[in-house]
Design a protein around this ligand. Structure first.
Ligand code: HEM
Length: 322
């Protein structure tokens, strides 16, 4: 009888352990965990103040979430400092927003030390920024924990010249559909790239000595003359979306693609490839649809390979492991 009781207790303990190791993300995860403070409100207030100072933060955070989540999952590994950490890998050299995350983390550490993960801060702050820029509000589930490994050699993000079929495969291997991919690339509705990345499309596409015929010739001329003239001594930036809408989260990016005004090869490719073109057309014609589905795509990306329960740690400082 006693041994049966012990067996039941052991089984219950094992179950509890399993649950805590494989805990899942939750809505309102921090409710009641940060004294009487509301974690998501603290984050939103700081993001809002930052956005009023510089609306480019929306682009910074969206890209930061992507580059964090697609390398070892959404575990804030991108935030770790170090001579060979992810930050030092080429695609991450122009990522920004780290200071804002530090600021939010400092506020949360003073409200309730050791409670809120850096990985959750990235997800909630990005959501708040998207909403400020005109996106539709979406709920985020929290409860991520922070990773302890960050190596530049593990950064395997797609290059801007990736073909659409290869990009579809890249996303599919990680459990994302073609539609998810087209929606997530909708993040290019905000932000910039650089002439060094666009110049081959403007001047020497595929070694032809000519511009990419799939770019609107008028747009080519504007970019050649205004943003990226030959001989320019600095690496100027180029808006990824229509300049009048580049700070706004909306479907104008897809409309630009249909007008052959996509900037990165992968952007324009979405409107050329027969698999992705119908999705681009649909999103270009329906801003409400884009806004609601973009949020959901970000939620899906934010749940990619997360650490929960007893995995990882809650870093005290987002730049260092404890
Ligand atoms: C096949 C997938 C993707 C490729 C090849 C790609 C590539 C790029 C490149 C080359 C840039 C310009 C970087 C620079 O010149 O500094 C860029 C910018 C950007 N990307 Fe992507 N990207 C992809 C997907 C995504 C996703 C999924 C998101 C977020 C959900 C995202 C968000 C951004 C944002 C917001 C910017 C502008 C950053 C700024 O203004 O500083 N990208 N991307």
């Amino acid at each position: 009888m006693v041994s049966r009781g012990v067996a039941v207790i052991v089984a219950l303990l094992a179950l509890n352990l399993t649950v805590s190791c494989h805990a899942s993300l939750q809505y309102g995860f921090y409710k009641g965990k940060c004294k009487n403070q509301d974690v998501e409100t603290i984050i939103r207030n700081i993001v809002t103040a930052s956005w009023f100072g510089d609306q480019k933060i929306v682009a910074g955070l969206l890209r930061l979430q992507f580059h964090d989540c697609f390398v070892r999952g959404c575990d804030a590994s991108l935030l770790l400092d170090g001579p060979t950490s992810e930050k030092t890998a080429f695609p991450n050299l122009t990522v920004f927003g780290y200071d804002l995350i530090d600021q939010i983390k400092a506020a949360l550490e003073s409200a309730c030390p050791g409670v809120v993960s850096c990985a959750d801060i990235i997800i909630a702050a990005t959501r708040d920024a998207v909403v400020l820029a005109g996106g539709q509000k979406y709920e985020v589930q929290l409860g991520r924990r922070d990773g302890t490994v960050s190596q530049a050699s593990l950064v395997n993000l797609p290059a801007p010249e990736i073909s659409v079929p290869a990009a579809i495969q890249f996303y599919a291997q990680r459990g994302f559909s073609t539609r998810d991919m087209v929606l997530l690339l909708g993040a290019h509705t905000v932000g910039v790239t650089h002439c060094s990345i666009v110049n081959s499309r403007l001047y020497n596409w595929n070694g032809s000595g000519k511009p990419d015929p799939n770019m609107d010739p008028f747009y080519v001329m504007v970019l050649q003359n205004v943003a990226c003239p030959i001989g320019q001594t600095f690496d100027n930036f180029v808006f990824l979306d229509d300049p009048s809408s580049v700070l706004k989260v909306d479907n104008s990016y897809y409309n630009q693609l249909l007008r052959k005004r996509g900037i990165l090869p992968i952007d324009q490719g979405l409107a050329l490839d027969p698999t992705t073109k119908p999705i681009v057309q649909q999103l270009a014609g329906n801003n409400g649809l884009f806004l609601s589905q973009f949020g959901q795509a970000l939620v899906k990306m934010g749940a990619f390979q997360v650490l929960t329960g007893t995995q990882g740690q809650i870093r005290k400082n987002c730049r260092r492991v404890n």
